[in-house]
Design a protein around this ligand. Structure first.
Ligand SMILES: *Cc1c(COP(=O)(O)O)cnc(C)c1O
Length: 361
């Protein structure tokens, strides 16, 4: 109880490690949003903010590309994947991929029946051999024909595909006639982690479509579907409209993107979140009884924490999820606004919770 008494002196946590979606808007996104709230502007995406956001996306990728803003990542993925395949096709993805585990079948629904086929691989990543195996497993008419490879960057386990890994995967996909979709809900974290250009990490490697996320990185709402192949973008606006994804006041989705992209805030915030994850990893590694379960390469830390200690942390007011993404593992996400003090306070509470449960058992 000595430990419990000590922790009472610390204020209850204001920020959590449950999800990068728990964080609010970063100052840059909020300022742009407020700016966009001046006077009247044209609706349905024909406004200057949306045009500017698309131009900034083209600057980021150093080439012409077509960008569309939709409300969330599920819609971005589902509509992008529906564009890449016919109803009798299949989409290859990792078994932990968000498109499989967290979209309620939206990719299958919007593609009118394309089937998601699951590949396994360590650390949330797909290997070229797995892609090859999945494509060759069945080639008969009774099986949905593989048409798309969907990669998540950074992955659901917080790891990242290196440039070489990505190039190799895309080469195999191309050879097998697959299009390549990238779920980039945490694309910024991957770019920051690898310190490579966004162009290298996408179209130069052969990615056809990127679902570029900004919500988890400090925006409010609105993800961008970025087509590097203009032919694929044809009529995508209609698909968005039919799917209920054409915002009438589009400027409130696109303006935060201007705030995030124009002076590089998106990468600064992602770099910060990644650094906080490294700090959290280091703090947790020093504790007996806690195991880090995957390489910490972006803003996620996965850890095994003794259940009794975990219960104490929840009692203490910390929110985080255990066993949701992978069995028995706690997923700890850092955000643009996670502070070193937040990390240190959490680590101190984990240390205390472990000590307390040792005494109790
Ligand atoms: C959060 C997330 C999404 C988007 O989820 P929405 O809740 O639909 O915005 C997509 N892919 C991955 C990997 C994610 O983590």
């Amino acid at each position: 109880m000595k430990n419990g008494a000590h922790s009472a002196h610390r204020p209850r946590p204001q920020r959590h490690f449950a999800s990068d979606n728990y964080a609010g808007l970063c100052p840059e996104a909020l300022a742009a949003l407020l700016d966009a709230n001046t006077g009247h502007d044209i609706s349905y995406g024909d406004d200057a903010w949306t045009a500017r956001a698309c131009d900034l996306i083209r600057d980021v990728f150093q080439r012409h590309c077509e960008a569309f803003f939709v409300f969330n990542g599920t819609a971005a993925n589902a509509l992008a994947l529906a564009t890449l395949c016919r109803p009798y096709h299949s989409i290859l993805c990792h078994e932990l991929a968000h498109v499989e585990t967290a979209e309620c079948g939206a990719p299958e629904f919007f593609s009118n029946g394309a089937k998601v086929l699951l590949l396994s691989g360590p650390n949330g990543k797909i290997s070229p051999a797995e892609v090859e195996r999945a494509v060759h497993r069945r080639t008969d008419i009774h099986y949905p024909k593989p048409a798309v490879l969907s990669l998540t960057q950074a992955t659901e386990l917080g790891t990242v595909y290196t440039l070489d890994e990505l190039r190799e995967l895309v080469a195999v996909a191309r050879r097998l006639g697959l299009r390549v979709h990238m779920d980039g809900a945490r694309f910024a974290n991957a770019v920051a982690a690898l310190d490579v250009s966004p162009a290298d990490l996408t179209w130069r490697a052969g990615v056809d479509v990127l679902c570029f996320g900004m919500t988890k990185n400090g925006s409010a709402v609105g993800e961008a579907v970025v087509f590097f192949d203009e032919d694929l973008a044809r009529d995508f606006d209609r698909r968005c409209k039919q799917g209920g994804q054409l915002a009438s006041k589009m400027r409130f989705l696109s303006a935060p993107w201007v705030g995030m992209l124009r002076e590089g805030a998106w990468l600064r915030h992602a770099r910060h979140a990644n650094a906080m994850a490294k700090r959290l990893e280091a703090g947790l590694r020093a504790l007996p009884g806690v195991t880090i379960t995957y390489p910490v390469e972006s803003n996620a830390v996965f850890a095994r924490i003794p259940p009794a200690a975990e219960a104490r942390l929840h009692q203490r007011g910390w929110h985080f999820y255990t066993g949701v993404v992978t069995p028995n593992e706690s997923r700890l996400m850092c955000s643009w606004d996670t502070t070193p003090e937040d990390v240190d306070a959490f680590v101190a509470d984990v240390r205390e919770a472990i000590g307390a449960s040792d005494v109790a058992t």
